[in-house]
Structures are given as structure tokens and as C-alpha cells.
Design a protein around this ligand. Structure first.
Ligand code: FAD
Length: 331
């Protein structure tokens, strides 16, 4: 089988990579080659593929292509399928889980998802991610290793409350931690966080997480890292995710270079290396796996790994034949 459970990961610093299914066939072909190149160059411990409730076939098609098209490249990589449940029926969830099992996928990131415009489904089978975690456990026992999302700066809740005709407002990270604990108690084993650039906020979240979850070492906490490739996208992504950009980070992008993607990326690479290394140090190496929101781009990931003394160890320690290949060659 191509996919092992993530609970079998080792204790050395590692990374994971997230991709989303492209819209076109050409995009799909290009992405497969890119995933292959990146997998050889940076050896992620797992790859995740995002899921869209209205277009879930694209996720399954991409997963199938990765698994069936390939030779040896993916043999040591675990695959994780995102799965959202809001407005979804048991039937759709069952079909997706069955397809994952058929493909040998053992890892599911169980999410609530967000309400989608023009969605005519009115299913109430699931309300929160915890309902999906419980459902997977009930239907499949330990067949899957389940991950869940967490929000170091709190979750901006855009759930609509039809009684008050308004959106339920954002939750503080403390309120959200209660529900994170519920998801872990329901059977989740790993956590991937929302992207963030404020390490102090992540550390505060992590310390409070540890204080309410005494057996926290049982779970893998993976910070979500989004490389900065383009200033406008960086700005937009942080607004969409409702996360802070600390002043000391914004100040590193003088206005006159903000349209120059190469300069922005180079500065962004240094920032991400600092963020990753600070988290590793300040958590006494407890946090040692980093999840990259790749946006389907490869260059900055390779640069971050080659610039980071910590992450470069991934390749130095590797037994793989591919460990000699240069990251820069791969992009
Ligand atoms: P939940 O854990 O259900 O939480 C949702 C909100 O409800 C939170 O505010 C929480 O505090 C609150 N809550 C939870 N349980 C309860 C309860 N019992 N009572 C009251 N309130 C409660 N979206 C996609 O569509 N596709 C993807 O592939 C995708 N991938 C993602 C990957 C990561 C790593 C992350 C962080 C997010 C991803 N998302 C994705 C976005 C995610 O679906 C949204 O952020 C969604 O709004 C919340 O999902 P959740 O699983 O965190 O929800």
C-alpha cells in the first residue's frame, strides 16, 4: 500500500506539503510532475490534497493519479486526503472514505468546511468537524489516522445562524481550544494549524494547548506555514485567514519592492526559515514537523529547506538514494 498512517512518523524534523486540485487537465499533468520533483527534492513525510465539497471528484482524481501513475517516487510518502463535512450527506462521506481505502490512503484531515454559495444541498448529517471524526471512528475503527485543524489566532467562524439572521462571530483561540480537545478525544491523532506569521501568538496557543491537554505528547502538532511568493497574495491570504502580520515582518517589505516577486520571495524565504527555527527552539524541539501550504508552487519551498540549517537535516539524515539531489536543481 502506498500510504502508511501518520502516527508512524519519526522524531526528526520533517515537513509535509499541501496541494490543491487544479482546474484543467494540463494543470493536473503539470502538478503531478511538480509533486514528483518536490517529493524527490525535499522528502516530505506526507502530502495532503485539499477537498472542495462541491467538487470532490477533483480531489479523488488527483489522489488516484498520484497513487496509480507512479513508480517508486511516492513509495515512502504518506498521503492524506482532506475531507469536509458541512452540508454533506453520510452517503457522500461514505463514498469518499471507501474510495480512499480502495486507493490505500490511511490518513484523513477531518474538517467542517465552510458554507458554499449556490450550494443547494441542505444536509444536516454533520455540523462540526468533531461529528466527522466520530463518524469515521464509528464506521472504520482504526482504519484511518485522523487529523484535525486548529487556529493559533482563533477561528473566524462564518457559520450562519438562521435564528438571528447573522453570522456567528469569531472565536478566540481559547474558546476554540475546547473544541480542539473534543476532536482529539473523539479520536484524532494529529493537528495541522491555520497559517500564521506571529510566532508569539503560536507559542501562546501551544502553551495553553499543552495546559489543557496533559497527554498532548500523544498528538502530532503541525504548524501551517505559507511561504511568501507574492506580496499581494500574502496580504490577501492573511486577511482571508484573519491572521496578524507583525509589524517587524511587514517592515521587511519596503513599498518599492512589493511588486518584485523575486525580491519578495527572497525576503519571504528568510522570514519563513526564522519562523520555523524559532518554533523548534522555543518548543524545546517538541514541534518538529512543519506543514507547507504550497499553493501548488515549488520554488520557495526548496529555497526554505536549503537555507534552513534545521530542515536541511532532513536530507542529510536520509538514507534515500535521492538525497544527493540538489533542492535548487529540482525547481
Ligand atoms: P470545527 O472544528 O468544526 O470548528 C468550526 C467552528 O465551530 C470553530 O469556530 C469552533 O470553535 C466551533 N465549534 C466546533 N465545535 C463546536 C461545538 N461543539 N459547539 C459550538 N461550536 C463549535 N476547507 C475546505 O473546504 N477544504 C479543505 O481542504 C480545507 N483544508 C484545511 C486545512 C487546514 C489545515 C485548515 C486549518 C483549514 C482547512 N479548511 C479547508 C478550512 C476549514 O474547513 C474552515 O476553517 C472551517 O471554517 C472550519 O473547519 P474546522 O474543521 O476547523 O471546524
Amino acid at each position: 500500500l502506498y500510504s502508511k498512517k501518520l502516527t508512524t512518523y519519526g522524531s526528526k524534523p520533517s515537513i509535509s506539503l499541501e496541494f490543491f486540485p487544479p482546474k484543467t487537465k494540463t494543470g493536473l499533468d503539470n502538478l503531478i510532475k511538480r509533486i514528483e520533483r518536490l517529493t524527490i527534492a525535499v522528502q516530505p513525510i506526507f502530502i495532503t490534497i485539499t477537498y472542495s465539497q462541491l467538487n470532490n471528484k477533483k480531489t479523488l482524481d488527483l489522489l488516484e493519479m498520484i497513487i496509480k501513475n507512479n513508480n517508486d517516487v511516492f513509495k515512502n510518502v504518506n498521503i492524506c486526503c482532506h475531507l469536509t463535512c458541512t452540508n454533506s450527506s453520510y452517503q457522500v462521506i461514505n463514498e469518499t472514505l471507501d474510495k480512499c481505502l480502495e486507493l490505500g490512503i490511511k490518513n484523513i484531515l477531518a474538517l467542517r468546511g465552510d458554507s458554499v454559495e449556490n450550494d443547494t444541498n441542505n444536509n444536516t448529517d454533520f455540523r462540526y468537524a468533531v461529528d466527522l471524526v466520530r463518524y469515521i471512528k464509528k464506521r472504520h475503527g482504526d482504519d484511518f489516522c485522523i487529523g484535525v485543524a486548529a487556529y493559533p489566532e482563533g477561528h473566524y467562524n462564518n457559520e450562519y445562524n438562521s435564528n438571528t439572521n447573522s453570522y456567528i462571530s469569531s472565536q478566540s483561540f481559547r474558546e476554540d481550544l475546547v473544541y480542539l480537545k473534543e476532536k482529539l478525544q473523539a479520536g484524532a491523532s494529529f493537528i495541522i494549524t491555520q497559517l500564521f506569521y506571529n510566532v508569539d501568538k503560536f507559542l501562546q496557543f501551544y502553551n495553553e494547548y499543552k495546559s489543557i491537554i496533559p497527554d498532548y505528547k500523544k498528538y502530532l502538532m503541525i504548524p501551517g506555514i505559507m511561504p511568501i511568493n507574492n506580496f499581494m497574495i500574502f496580504n490577501r491570504a492573511t486577511k482571508l485567514a484573519h491572521v496578524d502580520i507583525p509589524k517587524h515582518i511587514i517592515d521587511r517589505f519596503p513599498i518599492d519592492i512589493r511588486n518584485d516577486d523575486d525580491q519578495v520571495r527572497n525576503i519571504g524565504v528568510n522570514i519563513m526559515v526564522e519562523i520555523i527555527e524559532r518554533i523548534y527552539e522555543k518548543t524545546n524541539h517538541e514541534v518538529n514537523v512543519f506543514h507547507f501550504y504550497t499553493l501548488n508552487l515549488e520554488k520557495s519551498i526548496a529555497q526554505i529547506i536549503s537555507k534552513s540549517t534545521l530542515l536541511s537535516q532532513i536530507l542529510e539524515d536520509s538514507d534515500s538514494d535521492e538525497s544527493d539531489s540538489s533542492y535548487e536543481d529540482a525547481v
